[in-house]
Design a protein around this ligand. Structure first.
Ligand code: CTP
Ligand code: MG
Length: 222
């Protein structure tokens, strides 16, 4: 199976703050994005990589890939205004021959070969997509205007991470339609009626959102 990876790195990182987009925030002395590119480039599962970069950061992204000697980086595109638009822009650079696409958030630096293998496996059993998940540890409540209206039964709820894997044709069809309201790729595949499997994620695949998350991930890098 020819598998291409899309890395979405085009977000501003408003909640992290700082003087540059989140993908270029320093993680152990390197741009955060370096970690995902290096790990995906080293993966035996992945043939090539497309990166969606923040507007104006295309050149630094190409240079970063060169510095890392990440030869699988086949294209760097300018991201869009939303995550979904960034995925769409990157998918345009994935060739027709690709059978499988893996989409990964640059904001989750600690992607592993194990989790990539886990999300790929169910595609061979006929699933359209696969998402890595972790159980919710906190109690979940529905709130309206600052007042609790319901405590939600969390027994069948999970939190979903990336990398997410898809049959490439199905993902392309999903991104051919309306992107509004999609916070992950799987949501668009679900809208088409696609079957999406869940596999165990990894607690270390946290999405770097705040400075605290950045420090936590840095401490795990060892
Ligand atoms: N992303 C993207 N294009 C966008 C928005 C987000 O490629 N227009 C990417 C981010 O770079 C990140 C992933 O989608 O890797 C998840 O988004 P998030 O964690 O929300 O990152 P930001 O949007 O950069 O952060 P913030 O919402 O705090 O601005
Ligand atoms: Mg965001």
């Amino acid at each position: 199976m020819s598998t291409w990876a899309v890395v979405v790195a085009a977000g501003a990182g408003e909640r992290l703050g700082g003087d540059r987009p989140k993908a270029f925030a320093a993680l152990a002395g390197r741009p955060l994005l370096a970690e995902s590119i290096e790990r995906l480039d080293a993966s035996d599962w992945i043939e090539a990589i497309v990166v969606a970069a923040p507007t104006g950061w295309e050149e630094p992204t190409i240079l970063l890939a060169e510095e890392l000697a990440a030869g699988k980086v086949a294209a760097v595109v300018t991201g869009g205004a939303t995550r979904a638009e960034s995925v769409r822009a990157a998918l345009a650079e994935v060739p027709r021959e690709a059978l499988v696409a893996i989409v990964h958030d640059a904001a989750r630096p600690l992607v592993t070969e194990d989790v990539i293998g886990r999300v790929l496996a169910p595609l061979a059993e006929g699933f359209d997509g696969v998402v890595p998940c972790v159980a919710l540890s906190d109690t979940v409540k529905r709130v309206e205007r600052g007042v609790v209206v319901e405590t939600v039964d969390r027994s069948d709820l999970v939190a979903v991470q990336t990398p997410q894997a898809f049959v490439c044709d199905v993902l392309r069809r999903a991104y051919g339609g309306d992107l509004a309201g999609a916070t992950d790729c799987a949501a668009l595949v679900e809208r088409l009626g696609g079957r999406v499997a869940v596999v165990p994620g990894d607690p270390r695949l946290v999405k770097v959102t705040s400075a605290t998350d950045l420090a936590l991930v840095e401490s795990w890098l060892g």
